[in-house]
Design a protein around this ligand. Structure first.
Ligand SMILES: Cc1cc2nc3c(=O)[nH]c(=O)nc-3n(C[C@H](O)[C@H](O)[C@H](O)COP(=O)(O)OP(=O)(O)OC[C@H]3O[C@@H](n4cnc5c(N)ncnc54)[C@H](O)[C@@H]3O)c2cc1C
Length: 430
């Protein structure tokens, strides 16, 4: 069995641990056929399934995931749902293109909001906006570049100095920042579970059913899991970085792990000293910096550090995350994380996704980097449109195509050298 073709984690997702345990997990146990097999029940795969079902109500669609929904990669992120492009999606010199990206992304955000509106799970989806802040030179340069991007796009923002940030989020760690209203925050495990639960009955979801082999036989795809094989006319790979091990995306998408710690709800007296905002998120200005979040139930989330290709030792990283927390909030010196976990995501060199048709009956969407909750949903929907011959926007022209990466071992070496250099440059933001 090829273990690297799907993720497995040392520790459970903290977000999923806060939700009622799942009791309805169904595994693929017997061979069967279907019209469409989708590998990966993340934001991308679930969106492809939902859209395909809406366009072809008679299609038999099977969605396979290696993990259980909520516990796997999509239930491990920091829960930022950006309504606008990241700066690297669009060239600030091309305003029309940037506006088109932003229109697609914000319409998708609205669809997500509608899809989970009646969910019994606490998705905690709220339009809080987001901070971006910097503590050192490299971060401040990145803040200036981001301000230029917002200005070029005609998007509103507030500029905040150290004192203003302290008043709002209770830390003097950052020298300067921006606040932009175009972001929702959510409980990501509840969100992906709710989106999956909203799929129509024509979509059958098999969990704990990792795809380990693909083969194209006469006119259809054989999609093998350890227990059984699925035969499908059409195949969608929506399994992010792990698509590279099954097909197509090799030398374009790499697997990157990053780490998060979540405290228990803090005491009211402690929270009173943590600023006037009670539900907020802060993204690092520098790409290797630390994400920070205060949840509406009074927890603090810290997300930081990256590893290439395989998960690092979570216990060692927990201590480094605690250090990030204490440097921002010295008053939380004795506050331990209730949960620490890691998550894998698909990284491309230039931030552009691997998206489109890659052979007869084969579609792939992978590599949303650190911003795939809304963009993955968008690209997943568009993949179904493409497969069913609908008009689709020019994804490559709008969001770019992923740059080539050298093969191993040069790729790993390159990543390690570049990230060490970048981490040194952005040291103050970690
Ligand atoms: C710690 C962390 C924080 C992040 N924070 C944010 C954030 O705040 N906002 C944001 O937008 N993005 C964030 N991201 C990135 C975001 O999680 C991804 O971009 C997004 O989840 C991509 O969605 P996806 O559906 O394309 O892929 P994924 O979420 O990676 O889902 C892929 C699915 O495929 C399954 N799979 C993989 N291989 C196989 C296989 N062989 N067989 C069957 N199933 C398989 C996996 O189990 C998984 O469920 C973060 C990522 C991490 C790790």
């Amino acid at each position: 069995m090829n273990r690297s073709s799907y993720p497995g984690y040392q520790r459970p997702s903290g977000w999923n641990a806060l939700l009622p345990a799942r009791r309805d997990v169904r595994r693929l146990r017997d061979d069967r056929s279907c019209d469409v097999a989708i590998v990966g029940a993340g934001f991308t795969g679930v969106a492809t399934a939902a859209r395909w079902a809406a366009l072809e109500p008679g299609a038999d669609i099977v969605l396979l995931d290696a993990s259980t929904v909520g516990e796997g990669s999509p239930g491990r992120n920091s829960g930022f749902l950006l309504e606008i492009s990241l700066a690297n999606d669009a060239d600030a010199g091309n305003i029309a293109r940037m506006r088109e990206c932003n229109a697609l992304i914000s319409a998708t955000m609205e669809d997500i909001r509608m899809a989970v509106a009646g969910s019994p799970l606490p998705c905690r989806l709220q339009r809080t906006g987001t901070y971006r802040a910097a503590a050192g030179t490299a971060g401040l340069q990145a803040i200036d570049a981001y301000r230029g991007f917002l200005e070029a796009a005609g998007l509103p923002f507030d500029e905040l100095d150290r004192r203003m940030l302290q008043r709002r989020i209770g830390t003097t760690f950052y020298e300067r920042g921006l606040y932009s209203p175009h972001c929702y925050l959510a409980q990501p495990a509840a969100l992906i579970r709710s989106l999956t639960a909203a799929l129509p009955r024509q979509v059958t979801v098999f969990e704990e059913s990792p795809v380990i082999r693909l083969a194209r036989t006469t006119g259809d795809w054989s999609v093998s899991t350890p227990a059984a094989t699925l035969h499908a006319n059409e195949l969608v790979l929506a399994n992010n970085a792990f698509a590279q091990d099954l097909a197509g995306a090799r030398n374009r998408v790499a697997t990157i792990y990053t780490y998060a710690g979540l405290t228990a709800p803090l005491d009211g007296a402690v929270l009173d000293k943590l600023g006037s905002d009670t539900n907020w998120g802060l993204l690092p200005a520098h790409r290797l910096g630390t994400t920070l979040r205060r949840t509406d139930d009074g927890r603090i989330l810290v997300r930081s550090f990256y590893g290439y290709g395989k998960e690092g030792d979570n216990a060692a990283i927990a201590a480094r995350l605690a250090d990030c927390l204490q440097r921002r909030y010295p008053q939380l010196e004795n506050t331990a994380f209730e949960y620490v976990w890691s998550g894998a995501t698909g990284f491309t060199l230039n931030g552009a996704p691997q998206w489109g048709r890659f052979g007869p009956g084969l579609y792939i969407s992978a590599g949303c980097n650190g911003g795939g909750v809304v963009k993955g949903t968008l690209f997943g929907r568009l993949l179904a449109d493409l497969a069913l011959g609908r008009d689709v926007p020019e994804v490559a022209a709008l969001f770019g195509t992923p740059a080539w990466m050298p093969p191993e071992p040069i790729r790993r070496l390159g990543f390690e050298v570049l990230s060490a250099l970048e981490a040194r440059r952005g040291q103050a933001e970690i």
